[in-house]
Design a protein around this ligand. Structure first.
Ligand code: 4AD
Ligand code: MG
Length: 461
């Protein structure tokens, strides 16, 4: 079988030749003596146009083919320079590999994204999701290529862990204990000595702490894997299971970290524009009209920079238009992030140097004693897509910070060792991969950029 991609990319080579293609029927239009089948094999954004005639024995049967059926078509490729599509396949033989039934849910009409979310197993057969998941795949490849070209080591960090990197307590517990019959100690606590790992464990919220240990050996590393948050946030930007890319760079500070993040974002954009032009044009036409212009602008201009303190000064005068008014010390909500990036900067912007109280324990304390060397990258349409920081590399300062937050030293022995044995300045960040795909495609809901979304009350397939 040849692929539809090959036929589109090398049409002249195939012209006049007989080829066989396998795919799924998008639509069938039949008249008395001939008919058209639109067939998609998923290898190319545009489907294949097949023409068949009543000279075939099974002409009547083919005309009754249901949408969704899997067919194999053998035929001659004929160029059609005057038609909308550059060629068609004139069928000589059509074989039904697997029939479909008339209740196939994806009939040839526009379905809403909400409706398609109810069938995550079939939605990849639609134009929109063909485009989304092709771009997702390419973006993942671009990210690996970006880091590998720069000599970063790809580290596989564990999904089961005993720590809470972000300290927000948003963890899914992992246990082999029978929840209907939990073993108890004499003083009535859960007896974790009977649990698989002999202690409470959870699904990781971030690979960062493990990543840091490898940065102290390989200098530049990155992770790319699933992370989990039991956040009860039912929004268009939060998922309970999402993929994160976390580079960590040694002998580097916050400026190096931001430069790396900006270069990476620009690299991903240019990669998908070059490698998925059909899909990106589709998004620009049907999902988000300003998308291509915006992405080109991002590639050719510098990201904005603003400190948290400056950002508050920019936001405070507009407090009457926010649902949550801001003051120095408040965490930025999506509405504030979007105001900064959409109204003030109109391009991606880094907000730096947040108050230590609203950030994680591992961030490097600034000389002012009040803020930490943190950065969030905000983009129009979404808000935060990256969170990062320089890490606290001073053993005593880190210890003090952990005491302030009530973290137990014995739980972080390995982490403190890094500050004891050859501590080095280092920094890193986490890019939320789904938010990145939303940014690349203009899709408005995280549920539509991950194949099988896990969100509050939703773990269907
Ligand atoms: O800002 P966060 O929590 O940072 C960390 O986890 C750090 N350990 C990263 C690091 O420095 N290595 O998360 C990083 C990014 C966010 O900017 C956001 O894009 C994404 O992960 N993210 C989520 N994406 C989807 N659903 C959620 N519930 C998310 N929570 C965070
Ligand atoms: Mg964050």
């Amino acid at each position: 079988l040849v692929t539809v991609r090959d036929l589109f990319k090398h049409t002249a080579d195939y012209a006049g030749k007989t080829v066989s293609v396998g795919g799924w029927v998008r639509s069938v239009r039949a008249s008395k003596t001939f008919g058209f089948i639109v067939l998609s094999d998923g290898t190319f954004f545009q489907p294949l146009q097949v023409v068949y005639h009543d000279t075939m024995d099974n002409f009547a049967a083919i005309s009754k083919t249901n949408v969704g059926a899997a067919l194999i078509v053998r035929g001659t490729l004929v160029e059609t320079p005057d038609a909308r599509q550059p060629f068609e396949l004139q069928a000589e033989e059509v074989t039904v590999e697997g029939a479909s039934t008339p209740d196939y849910p994806l009939q040839k009409k526009r379905h809403t994204l909400e409706y398609l979310r109810t069938m995550t197993h079939l939605r990849p057969r639609t134009n929109t999701f063909q485009a989304v998941f092709r771009v997702r795949s390419l973006a993942a490849y671009a990210i690996h290529q970006f880091f590998q070209e720069r000599g970063f080591v790809y580290v596989h960090t564990p999904l089961i862990t005993g720590s809470d990197c972000e300290g927000a307590g948003e963890m899914f517990q992992v246990t082999t204990l029978d929840l209907n019959n939990v073993p108890l100690t004499e003083d009535g606590k859960v007896d974790y000595t009977k649990d698989f790992f002999n202690k409470p464990t959870n699904l990781t919220v971030s690979g960062q702490l493990n990543g840091e240990t490898y940065a102290m050996a390989f200098r530049n590393i990155y992770t790319f894997g699933p992370t989990f948050r039991a956040e009860n946030s039912n929004t268009t930007r939060h998922a309970a299971e999402f993929w994160m890319i976390e580079p960590e760079i040694a002998f580097a500070d916050l400026s190096d970290d931001m430069r790396l993040a900006e270069d990476m974002i620009k690299y991903i954009i240019s990669y998908v524009l070059e490698n998925a032009p059909e899909e990106m044009n589709f998004f620009n036409q049907f999902v988000d009209k300003g998308l291509l212009e915006r992405l080109h602008h991002v590639m050719t201009s510098d990201f904005g920079h603003v400190t948290y303190t400056e950002a508050i000064a920019l936001l405070e005068p507009h407090n009457d238009q926010f649902e949550y008014p801001v003051h120095w010390g408040s965490d930025l909500q999506t509405e504030h992030e979007r105001y900064l990036t959409e109204v003030v900067f109109q391009r991606p912007v880094f907000v730096t140097d947040y108050p230590k109280e609203i950030k994680a324990f591992y961030m490097k304390l600034n000389p002012d004693g009040k803020t930490v060397a943190a950065m969030d990258c905000l983009v129009p349409g979404i808000g935060e897509i990256i969170g990062g920081s320089q890490r606290e590399d001073d053993l005593e300062t880190l210890r003090n910070r952990m005491h302030e937050l009530g973290l137990k030293e014995e739980d972080y022995g390995f982490y403190l060792d890094l500050r004891k044995y050859g501590s080095a300045r280092h920094a890193g960040f986490g890019l939320g991969f789904e938010r990145c795909v939303m940014y690349l495609t203009g899709m408005g809901n995280i549920r539509d950029v991950i194949p099988f979304p896990r969100t509050v009350n939703n773990c269907d397939l």
